[in-house]
Design a protein around this ligand. Structure first.
Ligand SMILES: Cc1ncc(COP(=O)(O)O)c(C=O)c1O
Length: 383
């Protein structure tokens, strides 16, 4: 089987992730921050290390800036519902995932929020100048993806951060498709919140996510859940200190243990190194895909401006048909459809064609895998 759906969730994970989760489940099984047993202390140390490693991978300056969440959707909802008030204006883009657009549309319908969705070009890139034009006096937040989960376009987020700083508006970045794939530096002026999945490029188990909150900005963000934290238990109000302010209820201990191990793997191997591998592999893939006349690629030629995500359509098959053929006859797992991002498909003109077939590589994808995919696509395209 060749797995090319790493943009949904990475698979397989590094072997050490399975080992760490298994060891935790069989020999520890404790809850984080509850109790003083040796096993509980050991778990606490792993959780602290995971936060430290996450801060390193994201480029945050302190562990307390990292909040554990359930997935990127959870992190994004925490930002949107914790920050925005009636009358606020938000600038976002047509290319966003539904985990951004749906909560924003919900507040637009129910809480008098106003939205501006900026457009993207044919390869899915936003233009920072359009972001600036959309900023109004009542703009509270710029909320943009770091990279598209459909075209892999890496957005000019440094330019957007400079605009956020210049216009004194907040910036929240959806880094679901970049965390672990490209080196990040969240600790820069203008970047206030960054939402990540733990289970995609960071290679942790499903059910893990991260929220970066820049120092001081936690005061502007109301927690959307309250509850036990294992700290300051004499008080019946939510602790204000980070990260407890946002971590009510028991943690996903097995998930965090696995994520810790995955982050250790990433730091050992170097995200830069893994990125070079992804660029080389995706370049090979795109070069060969372009030689199949019945396929259309939704990508620019510059791989440095893309992640390892590639979308295509075929003149001969619908996206579902092509994805099914690849799976049933060649054991190649891709993803067809709209990828929870209908706006970008509307923009690309692929919505009427049931979306695109998305191929997303990972650290485990080899050149042989790519050659097998090209061979399969050539065969099905030959009829
Ligand atoms: C750009 C983008 N944002 C957000 C999400 C949601 O991530 P999660 O599945 O971790 O909630 C995804 C998932 O595919 C995504 O691609």
């Amino acid at each position: 089987m060749i797995y090319l759906d790493n943009a949904a969730t990475s698979f397989p994970k590094p072997e050490c992730v399975y080992d760490a989760v298994d060891l935790y489940n069989r020999q520890n099984g404790r809850a984080v921050g509850r109790g003083t047993s040796d096993a509980g202390q050991q778990l606490q140390q792993i959780v602290n290390r995971c936060r430290f490693r996450a801060a390193q991978v994201l480029g945050a300056s302190a562990n307390e800036e990292i909040v554990f969440t359930l997935n990127c959707t959870d992190s994004l909802n925490m930002i949107i519902h914790g920050l925005l008030k009636p009358g606020d204006h938000v600038v976002t883009s047509v290319a966003e995932h539904n985990s951004v657009l749906r909560p924003l549309r919900h507040l637009e319908a129910n809480r008098n929020l106003t939205l501006t969705l900026i457009d993207v070009d044919d390869a899915g890139f936003i233009d920072a100048a359009d972001v600036e034009k959309a900023i109004r006096p009542e703009t509270k937040l710029l909320m943009l993806q770091h990279a598209s989960n459909v075209t892999g376009a890496i957005q000019p987020i440094e330019d957007v951060a400079a605009l956020a700083e210049k216009h004194s508006v907040l910036l929240a970045v959806d880094a679901a498709q970049t965390a672990g794939h490209i080196p990040l530096n969240v600790d820069q002026p203008g970047v206030d919140f960054v939402a990540c999945s733990g289970h995609k490029g960071l290679m942790g188990p499903l059910g893990t996510g991260l929220l970066y909150v820049s120092p001081g900005k936690e005061k502007e963000l109301l927690p959307t859940r309250q509850g036990g934290t294992g700290s300051k238990s004499e008080s019946d109000t939510q602790p204000e200190s980070m990260p407890d302010r946002f971590e009510a209820g028991n943690h996903n201990s097995p998930g965090i243990v696995g994520l810790d191990s995955a982050l250790g793997y990433l730091l050992d191997h170097g995200i830069d190194q893994l990125r070079q591998h992804e660029i080389a592999i995706t370049e090979r893939l795109c070069d060969q895909l372009r030689s199949i006349p019945s396929l259309t690629l939704y990508s620019s030629d510059d791989r440095k401006r893309h992640t390892g995500v590639v979308s295509l359509t075929s003149e001969l098959y619908t996206s579902d048909e092509l994805s099914l053929l690849l799976s049933q006859h060649f054991g190649i797992d891709t993803r067809s459809g709209l990828h929870c991002a209908p706006g970008i498909h509307r923009r690309l003109g692929t919505i009427e064609r049931q979306g695109t077939v998305r191929l997303s590589v990972g650290f485990q994808t080899t050149q042989d895998d790519i050659d097998a995919v090209i061979d399969a696509l050539q065969q099905v395209s030959a009829g």
